[in-house]
Design a protein around this ligand. Structure first.
Ligand code: ZN
Length: 181
């Protein structure tokens, strides 16, 4: 089985105990944004959308004979993906905002105390605009996104784990499937 997507260090230093959730995240976000129909044919284990001809789920390898497909993704499952999405977004936005604050403080410091040409308002504005952009990228898109990914993925995975225990009594797909012969 290919497991190249789960390098030991994982993404941003976090390794999900459920690798298929990361691969499903984008699909679930499309569903959350209502870019795809709510109903269809979904894997009975992980709720990935299956084609009419699929007999094995490409995400969790569960076959449709082991688990009946379902017509909709449970709300509880969608909420877990939503939590991941909004946690990550919040970290990115807060990080970017922090970057802009830092740039604004630098602007004020330069304009008031900047020695010689550094105190020229043009320099201050260049720092405010250019530095604001760079710092927003650094703290938002770079640092915030990493922290947000870890935090959001942990929350999502914990919610999925609770859902599995409630549904199957175990978090392991192997224990709920009939052994392949
Ligand atoms: Zn599946």
């Amino acid at each position: 089985m290919q497991r190249s997507d789960t390098a030991p260090e994982g993404i941003a230093g976090y390794v999900s105990p459920y690798p298929y959730l990361d691969r499903l995240q984008e699909k679930m976000e499309e569903r959350l944004d209502r870019k795809v129909p709510a109903t269809g044919r979904f894997c009975g284990f992980c709720y990935a959308r299956l084609r009419d001809t699929d007999t094995v789920c490409a995400f969790c390898q569960t076959s449709t004979s082991e688990r009946e497909t379902v017509r909709e993704i449970p709300q509880e499952v969608l909420r877990a993906y939503k939590t991941k999405q909004s946690t990550e977004a919040r970290w990115v936005h807060s990080g970017a905002f922090f970057g802009l604050i830092v740039a604004s403080v630098l602007f004020i410091v330069l304009v008031i105390w900047g020695p010689g040409p550094l105190g020229h308002p043009a320099v201050g504005f260049a720092v405010l605009i250019g530095g604001g952009y760079v710092l927003a990228q650094l703290f938002g898109t770079f640092i915030g996104a990493q922290i947000g990914y870890r935090s959001g993925a942990r929350k999502r995975d914990a919610a999925w784990g609770r859902f599995l225990v409630e549904r199957d009594g175990t978090t392991s797909p192997a224990e709920t499937k009939t052994p392949a012969r």
